[in-house]
Design a protein around this ligand. Structure first.
Ligand SMILES: [Ca+2]
Length: 295
């Protein structure tokens, strides 16, 4: 295993660094203009105020209720306080949290072997992580800074500051970054500058849905863990409406829980094989699951 500690902290990203498509430059002045061009999906009646979409104005529907089946299980490091989870090519990429224990890891799914890892500075608390082309972007809890790594080598490339007070989850729709901060808001950010482009409020038939945590963009929906609940919600990325709720109660059996096992957190998706993976903080297992509508 290659493991090293991140040795730089203040090398800011500069110039054109991340963009997966198009030709935006982080020094571009077009960011606010592009935000204003965004309009709500005409299929919804979500109202937009400035750059924020309010789902309270949408006719609420009861989210479709789902349950799960376990397809397979894989080992997970019980020392990993999972804050972000991704899948690519037989490997999981994981961000772990806690001050002094935060890291970015590449782990072989089938064996749990950690093939690459880098430790974050002791002063930061790792949170969500996402791919963007050949880069990995990892956010932090309260440091208002994201670390950018080369996906293949884990070479630290630079850091990106952002203005959102707390970083929780991170994903991408292939164009923009999408970040949660523990509230009911999801923030769409320019991947070059992390400038906020637009915000959606997340609602279900019960009102605002807050404590949005780890994220994954799956088939044009945003899936989100709800902190301290065994629930993952499926969110329409245009309106903010919760269209489905998956209940994972009991997925980690009592006898499988170690003394450090914490809450359900971590969603990864394999688009090539349509496989879904979930885990929890310090859990001993990664679960490959399928979901099924409750009868
Ligand atoms: Ca994820």
């Amino acid at each position: 295993m290659i493991q090293s500690t991140l040795f730089f902290y203040t090398l800011f990203c500069f110039g054109k660094i991340l963009l997966p498509t198009g030709e935006l430059n982080m020094n571009s002045t077009n960011e606010s203009a592009s935000a204003k061009m965004w309009v709500a999906n005409p299929d919804t009646s979500a109202k937009t105020d400035g750059d924020t979409t309010h789902c309270y104005s949408v006719k609420w529907k009861i989210p479709v209720q789902y349950t799960y089946k376990i397809i397979n299980t894989y080992p997970h490091d019980t020392a990993a306080y999972t804050q972000g989870l991704l899948y690519d090519g037989g490997y999981l990429f994981e961000s772990t949290g806690q001050f002094g224990q935060s890291s970015l890891r590449k782990v072989k799914l089938s064996t749990g072997e950690m093939v690459k890892a880098i430790n974050l500075p002791d002063s930061v608390f790792g949170e969500g992580v996402t791919f963007l082309t050949n880069k990995l972007i990892q956010i932090t809890w309260k440091s208002k800074i994201a670390f950018v790594f080369d996906k293949a080598t884990f070479k630290p490339l630079c850091t990106l500051p952002y203005t959102i007070n707390e970083g929780w989850g991170l994903t991408t729709d292939g164009k923009n970054l999408i970040m949660s901060d523990g509230s009911a808001n999801l923030y769409f950010l320019d991947p070059n500058s992390m400038t906020q482009l637009r915000t959606i409020e997340v609602c279900s038939n019960k009102g605002l849905v807050d404590q949005l945590n780890e994220l994954e963009f799956i088939n044009n929906e945003i899936w989100a863990n709800i902190f301290n609940k065994d629930i993952i919600v499926r969110i329409n990325p245009e309106s903010g409406l919760v269209v489905g709720e998956i209940n994972f109660t009991g997925i980690l059996k009592t006898e499988e829980r170690n003394q450090h096992a914490d809450v359900l957190n971590g969603i990864a998706y394999d688009p090539e094989s349509n496989r879904l993976f979930v885990t929890g903080k310090n859990w001993s297992k990664i679960f490959e699951i399928s979901i099924h509508q409750k009868q």
